[in-house]
Write a protein that binds this ligand. Sequence first.
Ligand code: SF4
Length: 436
Amino acid sequence: MKKAVYIRTFGCQMNQADTEIITSLLQDAGHAMVSGEEEADLIVLNTCAVRENAVEKILHHLDRLRGEKRRRPGLLVGLIGCVPQYYREKLFSMSEGIDFLAGPDTYRRLPTLIEQAAGGARPVDFSLSTGETYAEIEPVRKGGVGAFVPVMRGCNNGCAFCVVPATRGRERSRPLPSVLHDVRRLNASGCREITLLGQNVNSYYDENCRCAFPELLDRVSRAAPDARIRFTTSHPKDISPDLVRVIASGENICNTIHLPVQSGSTRMLELMNRGHTREEYLERIAMIRDVIPGVTLSTDLIAGFCGETPEDHRQTITLMEEVRFDFAFMFYYSVRPGTPAARTLRDDVTEEEKKRRLNEIIELQNAISGERHAEAVGTTVEVLAESESKRSAARLMGRTKTNRVVVFDRGAAGPGDLVTVRIDSATSATLVGTPV
Ligand code: SF4
């Protein structure tokens, strides 16, 4: 029986892109998508397992939906994505009311799993694939100024703290022709910004045409000349001179790179199995800044990883002071069962000390972001308007090619317009300006 389906998406951009693929698969199978839980007779939670609190959030929703199921017998609830891939059948005992479980590589089977669940079974599928990229499936995108284009799935890096290799499997790259087809279609439809996605996007490699990431990025930027091109997430070991040259020469390729470092201490980077030293990371930063004019850099930082000493922490602080990132995602280490770190390392930094170190990192980064943003005051930047500002319909919010958020008086402009803005003031998170 065809369902009215509501999908709630948690976590990363990859999950958002997966939801667009799942929507396409379910619509092709005759199901109808609805925009709220109330109208749905099937609620699907597309989940993230990257941190403990992400999983707690899902269990909280499941508790709430159990009450909803009592109120509406016949309502089905499906759990998909990284949490079921990580916890598997154990979830049935962790929370009642789940009708089916499906991992990130099994979405083609969702119509079958839904049918079986509607018949009273509680089907599961956690098979990981070495080839699945959903390449030919046309995502059903929500519209808006920008679009995500997944170019690869999985990760082979095996960072000690990370669940992704366990939840998303081995790396595989989407065939180049399929990526270019998607990108051309987006450009033709007036999409203004394309973000290439992958857990480790710059280890992309299509062996059929021997195309690595620098060439992919170059081909995408030519296939969509009217759109800005972004990509995420990179691993420092895969940042090559070729890639940096392509970014510098591509008119529509945004001059910003998100380059997670996690720690400033080589001893920690070894324990984390990051595959590079502090010095090698700084060399790559220097190379990037030499070649790409006005490039901005952002990163990921973890405070209090297993065995981190005050000296290791101090090295993270000094690396931040040396690189002066525009922005950073900052967390303290939480053990993820099943990861190499959980199996082999002791989580010996106290929670109190983890929080103290994280606060020090956050304070420093906010100060640096504020200083870097203040340098933009008085300059004129090109902004791609994305939406109305949260605070006022008379203002628009958009971003520069360097990924800085700008809020400005809307005037005659609207989402999707490129607007030249003079920056009048700045905070650590936002630039404020006037169209000129
Ligand atoms: S590169 Fe990123 S996704 Fe891959 S294992 Fe490391 S942290 Fe996880």
